[in-house]
Design a protein around this ligand. Structure first.
Ligand code: CS2
Length: 506
């Protein structure tokens, strides 16, 4: 299956060079689903910032369904803030790409047509700004990852010293950050008398709508008090809970999928069958009929967001750090060790008392379904991928639960072990002394701290807990200090595998 030559190669050598595109759609094998609408009649209504795999496997699929239902003025213009990779791969394909849905039962392929064009902000900021100020753009959605919000994760406030924020305040006409683009475009719309777009964050942040609303308003107030007031009064920032596991696409995926298609797709996405999107129903300039495509529209997304961050993402991060240290390349492989699966379950059990869910929510069943999803053998979801950007992820995934449990007088051993796993991981050396490629906006600072403290839990744990932008006042809580130090000491003496294998929740 991994051969370079397309397997379903149909008629003559010329086809081997075919690229997925509008022109080649008709030649795809019959079972492959393709856009059930005329793409030439679709106009853009959404600009999406951060057109990575996650957006293309999640929101773009919902929009593809809606376009098939006739919502033809809600096409997507995707934008990458920095890298031209996605645009370079998708442009020759008329922005078509394959969604490969994988489970133990096999793979289903589908061609998605909802993305109409791709921008690269760093190359042509003016072009992206023109899209954002166009009155036809009524929603601007974002998946720029946690670090893309240029904020302090612990407080949720704008980081005014962030280099991109400093740049964008000095150069409002040529921004670099998503926040800079949003504010520049909103300022222009205000002057032009154009109704503001809705800002729809689809990232894994607690209260993502409120958080991006606060950051955007804080940034705007550094430019003009009146602009900030107008944004506060006029712009909707609904919170959303997005869920679909989307591992990074690999070369093997590309060649397997191209082989299945009989034509080359340079940028397919691979995902699981499960998908969920819950959205607060507050929009400044209209919206498509999301519910028609299975999106749950609610008044308040907070409980669902907390449940997902504290069950799914928290246990994902615990499995990622400890699994990586124990030598597991993927989450599915980590889950084959029953003790790791039990630890993931315990992370979820410990989070449950901190949640207040609407009547009828079955947290236990949700947890069971998560364990099944993590075990999907067809997904190659690397522990290393999830371990990325821990400094931006820990607060909403693990630390909120720890704070709540301490308030409730409950033990914090399970979560402390996950935090200790992160600490051991950011030392950038694994248990065999091999280098770990730690990707994190704070990687340098964290590495310096770990070097200064050395591999001694009693020094390293307190030193890292002092990183205020991650831990805030929790870092100086003696209960936190002792639980994390104890867990880190075990990781140093027993190693991650044995620590997890002998772990007994208090
Ligand atoms: C993962 C998430 O990479 C990560 O940190 O925990 O991307 C996770 O796969 C998604 O939130 C699932 O919806």
């Amino acid at each position: 299956m991994s051969s370079e030559t397309p397997k379903n190669h149909v008629s003559g050598p010329k086809d081997a060079d075919l690229r997925l595109s509008t022109a080649s759609l008709d030649r795809l094998p019959g079972q492959i689903r393709r856009p059930a609408y005329d793409r030439s009649g679709v106009t853009p209504g959404i600009v999406h910032l951060g057109i990575g795999a996650f957006h293309r496997a999640h929101q773009a699929v919902v929009i593809d369904d809606l376009l098939a239902g006739g919502a033809s003025d809600w096409g997507i213009v995707g934008a990458s803030l920095r890298s031209p990779g996605t645009r370079d791969a998708l442009a020759p394909q008329d922005c078509l790409y394959t969604l490969a849905v994988r489970s133990g039962a096999g793979t289903e392929h589908r061609i998605i047509g909802s993305v109409l064009a791709c921008e690269v902000a760093s190359e042509r900021p003016a072009s992206l700004l023109a899209r954002l100020t166009d009155p036809a753009t009524r929603i601007v959605s974002l998946t720029v990852t946690e670090k893309g919000y240029c904020h302090t994760p612990q407080t949720g406030d704008l980081d005014e010293n962030h280099p991109d924020i400093v740049h964008d305040l000095q150069n409002p006409g040529t921004p670099r950050s998503a926040i800079g683009f949003l504010v520049a475009a909103l300022a222009r719309r205000r002057i032009a008398g154009t109704v503001p777009f809705t800002v729809l964050s689809c990232d894994n942040l607690a209260a993502n709508g409120h958080t991006v609303g606060r950051i955007v308003t804080q940034f705007a107030s550094l430019r003009s008090r009146n602009l900030a007031k107008w944004i506060e009064a006029e712009v909707a920032f609904p919170s959303t809970m997005v869920d679909r596991i989307v591992p990074e696409t690999t070369d093997l995926d590309r060649s397997e999928i191209s082989s299945e298609l009989g034509t080359t797709d340079a940028w397919p996405v691979v995902t699981e069958p499960f998908t969920q999107w819950i959205v607060e129903d507050r929009f400044s300039a209209g919206r498509p009929d999301f519910a028609a495509a299975g999106v749950q529209m609610v008044a308040d997304v907070t409980p669902f967001e907390h449940m997902k961050l504290r069950l799914l993402n928290a246990s994902h991060s615990a499995l990622a750090y400890l699994g990586y240290l124990a030598g597991h390349e993927t989450i599915a492989s980590t889950m084959t060790d029953v003790r790791f699966a039990a630890l993931a379950r315990q992370v979820m059990r410990d989070a449950a008392p901190t949640l207040t869910m609407p009547d009828g929510t079955d947290i236990g069943a949700y947890g069971t379904s998560l364990l099944q999803r993590f075990s999907n053998p067809a997904l190659h979801h690397r522990t290393w991928q999830i371990a990325m950007d821990g400094s931006q992820k820990l607060p909403q995934r693990l630390l909120g639960t720890i704070q709540d449990r301490l308030r409730l007088g409950l033990s914090i051993g399970t979560h402390a072990l996950a935090v200790a796993g992160w600490m051991r991981y950011v030392t950038a050396k694994d248990e065999q002394g091999r280098a770990i490629d730690v990707r994190d906006p704070l990687a340098k600072e964290l590495f310096e701290i770990t070097e200064r403290a050395g591999p001694v839990a009693e020094r390293l744990a307190p030193a890292l807990l002092e990183v205020h932008s991650i831990f805030g006042s929790l870092g100086s809580d003696p209960r936190m200090r002792s639980a994390v130090t104890e867990a880190l000491a075990k990781l140093y003496t027993l190693g991650a595998r044995q620590t997890v294998q002998t772990f007994q929740p208090a």
